[in-house]
Write a protein of this length. Sequence first.
Length: 229
Amino acid sequence: MNKKVLLVEDEAPIADSIEYSLKNDGFDVVIARNGIAGLTAARNMFPSIIILDLMLPDISGMDLCRILRRETNIPIIILTAKAEEVDRIMGLEFGADDYITKPFSARELIARIRAVLRRSKNTLNEDSKTRLTAGDIIMDIPKRSVTIRDNRIHLPLKQFELLKTFMIHPDEALTRNFLFQTVWNSDSEYDTGTLDVHIRWLREKIENDPAKPDYIRTIRRVGYKFVAG
């Protein structure tokens, strides 16, 4: 597993503590003290994962996350002192793959990093010879690309895995628990709100009319079904 971590954090005590813990666990760590430095480092070093603080002195972590997600599929974990749901949702909507709220333990952060890297590796490597199609949607798993009506769309890691799960199980009624455990890994606690939000975002990207979806149908009291067409 590639263990090159880019840490974008302006508070020296926090950055130094995280660096110490990650290095002790075998990770290579590069620290950027502001958003511009983080953007430059991400473009030059190609890390395996980015740990990004929301509160930065030059540009906000949200803006940096949005810029990075336009340019790369490198997994991003957001560090935030804000526990409100709206901040978590905004971070995920801008393309982050996970978030962790301060204060947190080094053990928890390392577990989150390993889980995101594991999911990212699985997304890139599982079924590597498979090209999935459904209606106007074409998914190239090795290239981690999705095209709809000949237009390539960007999907953050969890949305990509969610769509892949649907396309592997076409026309099957899948429970919310199955989808959450498959996409978020079995060591995560089932959270129907998180799943439903990602379903909404995915519909906005692949459906002609998200309010009347053709592909992702809601099955009352069960979950969802992907209608392949």
